[in-house]
Unconditional design. Structure first.
Length: 95
């Protein structure tokens, strides 16, 4: 295992410890790499004590929102009923 892989594993373990101390979290999910990674690790660590939330607004291009929803639907199950074509907000939990 390379030095980089070891350091990455150590950082993920540290993140999990921080999340465990928090006991529950809400992740602002944008569909980007950072929030997707955090939502994934938080859900692995906390299960249903992690909610990942995204919101549609004028500051987010509709195409970006569609991409974020598509990513969420491929990686994440929707934890409360929504209708994707009418979404103004959605709460997602990673599988």
């Amino acid at each position: 295992m390379s030095f980089t892989e070891i350091k990455t594993q150590q950082k993920v373990a540290e993140l999990k410890q921080i999340l465990q101390k928090m006991k529950s979290v809400l992740v602002a999910y944008s569909g980007g790499v950072d929030s997707t990674f955090l939502a994934h690790i938080a859900t692995q660590t906390l299960g249903d004590k992690c909610l990942s939330v995204t919101a549609q607004s004028a500051s987010v291009a509709q195409s970006e929102m569609k991409d974020a929803i598509h990513l969420a639907l491929s990686l994440i199950h929707i934890s409360e009923p929504t209708r994707p074509r009418l979404i103004s907000y959605a709460v997602f939990c990673l599988k």
